[in-house]
Design a protein around this ligand. Structure first.
Ligand code: 5GP
Length: 189
């Protein structure tokens, strides 16, 4: 998606060789017009899949997932991230490392929000090692819902998350692919 590439070059910064800072576009301030544009692009790519719900993880996935769900005319469910040790009997819970926070959190989705009748599209902002995605996909598996695919705004292809999902046969669509953040430079594929 050329528009997103251009906006990343203009407004993102490289925090380290691993981490891209997108605070002006997605992760703190949200460019709502850009988020809507990304939502329309994901809706176009997955439009033939009879999606019944879009699912994401709070908080940074929500704007793009909202835009996608709105365009498709379906509800949005977001997994909550909690730092709790309490089991929740009415929820599916998976423990995952949080890439940028250096901590482990639980992803939590109430059981009544997903069912085997659902066909889900999982949308997220960035994929790195794929821990968040694998956790959410385990929850989707427990619910019995079908996963139609994964839409990611920014895939860092020098980390393994996207590749590992594709190797499992999951359809992964990313809007931009970053091959390297070395030497403070953003190199697209
Ligand atoms: P993963 O679980 O794939 O390793 O990391 C995914 C999550 O960590 C993303 O949803 C995102 O919130 C955060 N994340 C991973 N890499 C980056 C990055 O380079 N920049 C920012 N801002 N967040 C990231």
């Amino acid at each position: 998606m050329e528009l997103l590439k251009r906006r990343i070059l203009e407004e993102a910064s490289v925090l380290s060789a691993d981490v891209l800072k997108l605070d002006r576009l997605l992760n703190h301030q949200v460019d709502t017009a850009l988020a809507m544009e990304m939502g329309r692009e994901f809706a176009r790519r997955f439009g033939g899949e009879r999606i019944t719900k879009v699912i994401t993880i709070e908080s940074s996935g929500i704007p793009i997932a909202f835009a996608t769900a709105y365009t498709l005319g379906v509800p949005l469910v977001f997994a909550r991230r909690r730092k709790t040790l309490l089991a929740e009997p009415d929820a599916w819970t998976e423990r995952v490392p949080a890439f940028t926070k250096g901590i482990v959190t639980d992803l939590v989705v109430s059981r009544h929000l997903l069912s085997p009748d659902d066909t889900l599209l999982y949308i997220d902002d960035i994929i790195a090692n794929g821990d968040a995605a694998r956790g959410l996909i385990r929850i989707i598996g427990q619910s019995g819902a079908k996963l139609a695919g994964v839409g990611i705004a920014v895939e860092k292809t020098f980390q393994s998350g996207g590749r590992l999902l594709r190797e499992r046969g999951i359809r992964v669509e990313s809007l931009v692919r970053i091959a390297s953040l070395a030497d403070g430079k953003i190199a697209f594929e």
